[in-house]
Design a protein around this ligand. Structure first.
Ligand code: GAR
Length: 193
């Protein structure tokens, strides 16, 4: 059994896709959803899906040993970030080397870094006139969006493409592929390194 924790900060539609896809798989259990915002919709999704929640402050995330011990107590195999916007502190990266995944709504290494999330990313892609965008799934390291890329999935960006339409296409790719890549990574790749 692979024990998985999801970090999310907002709406949580990506976390929902992960929960729904992994639910029937007896080899993987989503142990909890961790979120720094007590009002985030993702927490309602967790409750509805019968998944535990962990709400934490920035200070706990950065420096608190009781938060660290709580994470350790869960005996996790893998952490996945799904719409989580904070830089991950070194202590957490050290606890989960090659065991933490993130998804970014563009083709890294372009359009990543601090402050690049959600629509800001899509706006930058449209402004660049690049003809493709997509989503990138990567390991998490101590810098925003710079961990080793595992895979990416692309979609066309014709000149007339709107922000809404680009967001829609990228999120469709994310919701289809991220749960499947998480499953693959949890069950195969994590035993291979
Ligand atoms: C997703 O599109 C994800 O790729 C993006 O935030 C959205 C979360 O939506 N993440 C980033 O931009 C990270 N830099 P959600 O809250 O509905 O899952």
């Amino acid at each position: 059994m692979q024990r998985l924790l999801i970090f999310a900060s907002g709406n949580g539609s990506t976390a929902q896709a992960i929960l729904d896809y992994l639910h029937p798989n007896p080899q993987i259990e989503v142990i909890a959803i961790a979120c720094p915002n007590p009002n985030a919709f993702v927490l309602q999704r967790a409750i509805k899906s019968n998944v535990s929640t962990i709400i934490f402050s920035r200070d706990e995330f950065l420096n608190d040993t009781s938060f660290k011990n709580k994470i350790l107590d869960y005996n996790l195999d893998l952490i996945v970030l799904a719409g989580f916007m904070w830089l991950v502190p070194q202590w957490l990266i050290d606890l989960f080397p090659n065991r933490m995944l993130n998804i970014h709504p563009a083709l890294l290494p372009k359009f990543g870094g601090k402050g690049m999330y959600g629509d800001k990313v899509h706006q930058a892609v449209l402004a660049s006139k690049d003809s493709i965008s997509g989503t990138t799934i990567h390991l998490v390291n101590e810098r925003y969006d710079e961990g080793r890329i595992l895979c990416s999935f692309s979609c066309a960006v014709p000149p007339e493409r709107s922000l809404e339409s680009l967001r829609h296409s990228v999120q469709a790719l994310e919701k289809y592929w991220y749960p499947r890549v998480i499953e693959w990574y949890a069950l195969q790749a994590s035993t291979a390194d």
